[in-house]
Design a protein around this ligand. Structure first.
Ligand code: 5GP
Ligand code: MN
Length: 316
């Protein structure tokens, strides 16, 4: 499989649908909107599906064109972006599987290669960075709108150019986009530093109840459905909580549990040597070496106990 195969698949398709992972972050949204705009610009009939669009990213171009659900049962081509596991694709009507050709473009270490055409680069810091390189190779016009969405994805998945996965190419892309007139500072502020009152309240509560365990190598906190209801917040307001624990000196693993319909969702981060994707794989989850997640279909007490037992095994 080469990039040319993906380009031909696009060229030979008339109806195209784009999906990303559930509970989408800035990379999932930025990558999806960038792909949507680029395909629209070359005259394709394309839909981008985001069933639960986070308010934070509504400032991005064409965010109002994202659809809650697919309008057709079948498309010539379906593209999954930033999604390591087919089970996590935000595709409420299970349309992806039925499409003629399925493309999977991603950067998760644990990617299940579920497409007919898979382009997965686990060393890329963001799916949006892979797409930037791809669009250049395809000779697609990277307009200001496309670049704005791409850099939003790169900024969020690199924690604002801070993470180890950042490459010199990341800065070359940022520099090139800045020269084109892309408002990097505004995008940074909207995506990362500006937070809603709901997000602030969520961080306050979870910081207040954060526990240090295992000689302070583990930081643990949680949020129940009841907490979310009483704060008037939803899942989208929980971004940034697990990073708070991670950023405390001496912490190796930060764990954040939040209640979902089926139990608790675990969000894990590590600082130096623990591969949290391996911990999450034990619970059928996955992700990246230093950022991963899984679902724990148990009560809060049992979820906490089970994730802690496994996490401790990875500590030195
Ligand atoms: P977060 O903690 O921000 O929800 O997720 C961290 C990383 O792990 C993201 O890249 C996300 O896609 C991945 N991830 C989170 N939950 C799951 C899961 O249940 N399964 C898999 N395969 N990946 C997950
Ligand atoms: Mn990503």
């Amino acid at each position: 499989m080469t990039l040319d195969d993906i380009k031909s698949a696009i060229d030979n398709s008339n109806s195209i649908v784009i999906f990303a992972h559930e509970n989408p972050d800035g990379d999932a949204i930025g990558s999806s909107l960038a792909f949507y705009i680029a395909l629209k610009n070359i005259g394709k009939n394309v839909e981008v599906i985001v069933p639960n669009f986070p308010d934070t990213y509504k400032f991005l171009p064409c965010s109002n064109e994202a659809k809650l659900e697919t309008s057709l049962d079948k498309y010539d081509l379906a593209i999954a972006l930033d999604c390591g596991d087919i089970k996590r694709l935000d595709d409420p009507k299970n349309v992806f599987e039925k499409c003629e050709t399925r493309v999977n473009i991603d950067h998760h270490t644990s990617n299940g290669m579920f497409g007919d055409l898979n382009f997965v680069n686990p060393v890329s810091p963001a799916c949006a960075q892979i797409i930037t390189t791809m669009f250049k190779y395809f000779k697609y016009d990277i307009t200001i709108d496309v670049a704005t969405c791409l850099i939003a994805g790169i900024i969020t998945d690199t924690g604002g150019f801070r993470y180890e996965g950042v490459t010199s190419e990341t800065f070359e892309i940022a520099s090139e986009f800045l020269s084109m007139g892309v408002k990097i500072s505004k995008i940074y502020k909207e995506s990362l530093s500006n937070i809603s009152k709901g997000k602030f309240e969520a961080r306050k509560l979870t910081a207040d109840r954060l526990e240090f365990l295992e000689d302070s190598k583990i930081a643990y906190t949680y949020m129940t459905k009841k907490d979310m209801d009483s704060l008037g917040i939803n899942k989208n307001d929980l971004e940034g909580i697990v990073e708070n624990g991670r950023d405390i000196q001496g912490v190796e693993i930060s764990i954040f549990l939040y209640e979902i319909e089926k139990g608790f969702k675990a969000s894990l981060r590590s600082n130096n040597y623990v591969n949290v994707s391996d911990i999450c794989l034990l619970f059928n989850g996955g992700g990246h070496i230093k950022a991963a997640g899984c679902t724990l279909p148990y009560s809060l007490e049992e979820s906490k106990e089970r994730i802690l037992i496994q996490s401790k095994r990875f500590l030195k």
